[in-house]
Each structure stands twice: as C-alpha cells, then as structure tokens.
Ligand binder design. Sequence first.
Ligand code: CP3
Length: 344
Amino acid sequence: MSEKLLLRALAGETLATPPIWMMRQAGRYLPEYRATRAKAGDFLSLCYTPDLAAEVTLQPIRRFGFDAAILFADILLVPQALGADLWFVTGEGPRLSTIASQADFDALKPADAIHDHLAPVYETVRILARELPDETPLIGFAGAPWTVATYMIAGRGTPDQGPAHALKDENPVLFKALIDRITDATIAYLSAQIDAGAEVVKLFDSWAGSLRGADFDDYSLKPQKRIIAALKTRHPDTPVIAFPREAKDRYEGFARATGADCVALDNSVDAKWAATHVQCDGCVQGNLAPSHMVTGGSALVEETQAILRAFRNGPHIFNLGHGITPDADPDNVSLMIETVRKGL
Ligand code: CP3
C-alpha cells in the first residue's frame, strides 16, 4: 500500500485523517507566488517557464505541507496549443480568438499536434517528479471539453456560457466537432503528463452546472467518460478526479457513469447529502467554501469539522469547493489544515 495518503483515499480507503490540498493553492494570496510571477513577467510566461512553474508549485508544499501538489499551468493552454490566440488582461481574465464558424474550426491544429507547444509543461512535471517530497504526489490536470469549449467559443469567461449554448443549439455539427477535437487533445495531453510523472489527474468542468438534461449527458458526462476510458487503457493505475462543478443532483452516479475514481464537490453541495448519494460510489473531494479563507475564525473551524463529520465513514480528500481567492489570508489556510489534522 502506498504511503501517500492521497493515493490511499483515491483507492477507496477510509482514513482517520483525510489528505488535504487546495484548488489554486499556488496563487496570488501568497507573497512568494506574487514575487515569482513578477520575475516571470506575466502569467503565461510563468506557465511556460518550467523552473518557475515548478517553483510556484512547490511553494505551498513548503509553506503548508499539503498532501498533494497540483501542477502549475492553466486549462486554456490546450486551446492555445490547438492554435487559438490566448492572452490575459490584468484584472479581467483570459481572452482568446473565437470559434464562430466552420472556417475558424478548420484553422485549428489536429489533436496530436499539441505536444511541441506543451513541451514546457511536460518539463515542469518532470522537474516536480524529481523535486517533490516522497510523500507528496503530483496532480496533473486539464479542463473538461465543455468548459474549454465555452472559452474557445466566447473568447473569454462568460456568466452564463451564452455563446457556447447558442453554437450548440444553432450548429450542432460544428459544436460536436469542437468537443471531439478538445476531447482528443485532452487525452493526448493528460497521457503525456502521466508519462512525465503526474500520479493523479483531474478534469475541471467548471461550467458543467449550466448544462441541462440530455446536454449534461452529451457534453459533460460523455466526453469525460471517453477521456477516462482512454487514459485507463494506457495508464490503468493512474486515478482520475472529476469536478463537474455545480452539477447539483447530477453529482449522483457521476463517478459510476464516467469511471472517475473520485468526484470533487463544489461548496453548494450539502455534505450530508453527498455522503449518502455520492460517497457511496467511492472517494469524494471537498468542499469548504473558499470564503472561509478570507473570513477565518470559529466559522471556519466549525464548517471544516462539519465536513469531516459528514464524510468520516468513507474515502475523502479534504479541499475547498472552488479555488482560493487572491484576498485570502494564508493564516486561515493554516487554521484549516490544523483543524483537519487535529480531527474530530
Ligand atoms: O489549482 C492550482 O493551483 C493549479 C493551477 C491552475 C490555474 N488555473 C492557475 C491560474 C488550475 C488548475 C487552473 C484551472 C482553471 N483555469 C480553471 C478551472 C478551475 C476553476 O477555477 O473553475 C479555469 C476556468 C481557468 C481559466 C482561468 N485562468 C481564468 C478564468 C483565469 C482568470 C481568473 C483569475 O483567477 O485570475 C485564469 C488565471 C489563473 N490560472 C491564475 C492562476 C494562479 C491567476 C493568474 C495570475 O497570477 O494573475
């Protein structure tokens, strides 16, 4: 049995103290991250400079001793590798060239042509596989196809993913072709991360919650099922975490339907409900509200304990329900970790 707590929980073991890590654990709330980002010049240069990307991945491990590291990169590197233009506007977020027509789609590269562009990411993984402490596994990741498509179609983040819904409804042939291209690229990308040393991979479907009914099945569930099946053929021992954020009642059965080893819960999910309806199928991850990392105090401690209590009878990885925000206080992160490790 592995010494790594994260891998034990992912294999289905119920642990007295769950492993803990945090989405966006390398980020702007840490002064050492801001210093390394300044050295890189901008966010994308940080992603594509292996020594610096490895450095920011290691910073939260050194400071807090988390039970897992997550590769420093971004879900939007895949569209860029497929040929989209990508840039980040400070204070606003990502911007991309858009996919609105068949001609835009035809200009994209084939899925197996992404690797030259993404070679620096694989190098970051190789550095981390060497430099991480023995007890700390590395999580690789990618965006799930629907979420990546929403950015490629709109050219930016949108509150309701309106442009992606419109293309799906008005030109389903083009929309499906785009989902398939992203799916194939994601299989190639995650497979290469595993070959380079990632021990777990996670799929981020941040906008799964805006898909309803059959659309949820067709564009969140099925593409992830195809990715997981392909990865399991090539890398049967590498666990996969799926994060269909805001899937609500569709969290139920999601692991079974996709083959994921663990489902990550957002903080809108009631932990007691999830213990009965989701954890019955295996490991769950989550789901403290990120706002507690800003506000701290007894509410943080009580809510952390309530989550530990709800999930104590099955495999659980403690995490936030979404990424930590730049205004968070690192002392509150320490308080959360202390509360988890002290136990109930
Ligand atoms: O979790 C980690 O620490 C690993 C690294 C990671 C980043 N982005 C770094 C990042 C991961 C796993 C992501 C995933 C990601 N990126 C998602 C899915 C998860 C989610 O948050 O829902 C999405 C939708 C993106 C796209 C993206 N990247 C947006 C919308 C933004 C701008 C918003 C923001 O927080 O500034 C980014 C930028 C980004 N990605 C930052 C980081 C640390 C902030 C960049 C900076 O330093 O200015």
